[in-house]
Design a protein around this ligand. Structure first.
Ligand SMILES: Cc1ncc(COP(=O)(O)O)c(C=O)c1O
Length: 419
């Protein structure tokens, strides 16, 4: 029997790192781009709380705003003076089209609420989510995940608790979905970049086609931007990539590590919220503590130079990573964006879930992540994993990381791996 009260010592299995050389990895403190473990060692972090911090751990502006909110009373209940200003600051992401906002606590809840709004607005039941997409852990959408049996190609489209699946970059599959199930299709739920399918970014032509079919069918589009929100600037990633959402879910980076999520929507989609047909609940939603974290985060992101530096830094890291493997004769590429990307040992980025699955190299990914960890760098060990960078990663972190990648590439080559 385990001596731990919390099974495995961690409440989300997605966050657990395996033992390495007999040692557990338990974080005592995090600051900027670094994690400090209970053994006193520090590591350059590329997990960045699964993307939940874009500014860096414990950003001073967010910490200061949260302390003030705590001292002022974090949970007054009722309406509070910070909630609507925080919503307005956040809605800047939606531009002139997606102008309404409401808060939740986690990305999972935001997706749950967005689905409920879509069902209320259309009077239909079915939500179609992308195969390989991760949209939270509540039962109906914990479906079609990478490696799941229902993600496999079959004769019949799987349906579970009002959710069905479609395949990105496959227009014939989308046609079949609308032809067979269009009448009951309330919403398409899709990430602009499939973060859990190794940062697969669907083609613009596919997203434009999906938008056109959804519009023609009266089906709403929910862009799940919980992972990518704010990672390409203060704007919608979906719109930039050709997908025109009616509803957008956000989480992670919007609170800089404080648990807060949100649903943005067009006035038309939010009509059912505004007229009370679809009520929103949640004791903690939009409380002064989380609203202050959102306001402070959005204020820091006013600095356009921050994004320029973030993207340049990420581009330099991606290049250094692939160069390190090339020096050992190993072909590697990265997919995704400069602020969040995946590493593949192949010369061509996968375009579909099936291609991505075929190109996975779990043993190589594990070996690289273990080698990096021995050399002071934390990267997610899962084969479908990704690297999150932050505005706090600087020259010192680049030096440590490049050295660690050169060693990881040598270790991988020495293991006999050639790609
Ligand atoms: C795209 C996406 N949607 C939803 C979620 C669920 O968010 P949370 O873990 O805050 O519930 C995640 C979490 O990783 C995500 O990446």
């Amino acid at each position: 029997m385990s001596a731990l009260t919390v099974p495995f010592g961690i409440s989300s299995s997605a966050r657990s790192l395996p033992k390495l050389d007999g040692e557990d990895f338990v974080v005592a403190r995090s600051k900027g781009a670094r994690l400090f473990n209970t053994e006193g060692r520090n590591f350059v972090d590329y997990g960045m709380a699964m993307g939940a911090t874009l500014l860096g751990h414990a950003h001073p502006a967010v910490v200061e705003a949260c302390i003030a909110a705590l001292e002022n009373g974090p949970m007054p209940g009722f309406s509070n003076a910070i909630e609507d200003p925080a919503g307005a600051a956040l809605a800047r992401i939606g531009g002139e089209r997606v102008t309404r906002a409401t808060f939740a606590t986690t990305g999972t809840e935001a997706v749950h609420l967005a689905c409920r709004i879509a069902r209320g607005a259309t009077g239909r039941r079915l939500i179609a989510k992308a195969v390989g997409g991760y949209d939270g852990w509540f039962d109906p959408v914990r479906f079609g995940l990478t490696g799941s049996p229902e993600a496999e190609r079959g004769n019949q489209r799987p349906v579970k608790e009002g959710t069905t699946l479609f395949r990105v970059n496959e227009t014939a599959d989308v046609d079949q979905l609308f032809d067979e199930m269009g009448e009951d299709l309330a919403a398409i739920l899709v990430e602009p970049m499939l973060g859990n399918t190794g940062c697969l970014v669907p083609d613009r032509a596919f997203f434009e086609y999906l938008t056109q079919r959804a519009r023609a069918n009266g089906t709403l589009i929910i862009a799940d931007e919980v992972m990518v929100g704010l990672r390409r600037g203060v704007r919608l990633v979906s719109e930039e990539l050709g997908l025109l959402p009616d509803l957008v879910t956000l989480g992670k980076a919007i609170g800089s590590g404080v648990p807060v999520a949100a649903v943005l929507g067009t006035p038309a989609a939010f009509e059912v919220v505004e007229n009370g047909t679809v009520p929103c609940f949640g004791t903690y939603h939009g409380n002064p503590l989380v609203a202050s974290a959102v306001l402070a985060t959005m204020a820091v992101l006013e600095d356009k130079l921050l994004y320029r530096r973030l993207f340049d830094w990420g581009a330099a890291l991606r290049q250094a990573m692939t160069d390190a493997f090339a020096a050992e004769g190993i072909v590697a590429i990265t997919t995704g964006f400069d602020s969040v990307f995946s590493l593949w040992f192949t010369d061509e980025a996968p375009r579909t879930y099936d291609e991505a699955k075929a190109k996975l190299q779990p043993d190589a990914t594990r070996l690289v992540s273990e080698s990096l960890r021995r050399n002071g760098v934390i990267a997610l060990p899962a084969a479908w994993g990704r690297y999150f960078i932050s505005a706090s990663h600087g020259d010192a972190e680049m030096d440590v990381t490049v050295r660690a990648f050169r060693q990881a590439a040598r270790d991988l080559a020495q293991s006999g791996f050639r790609g």
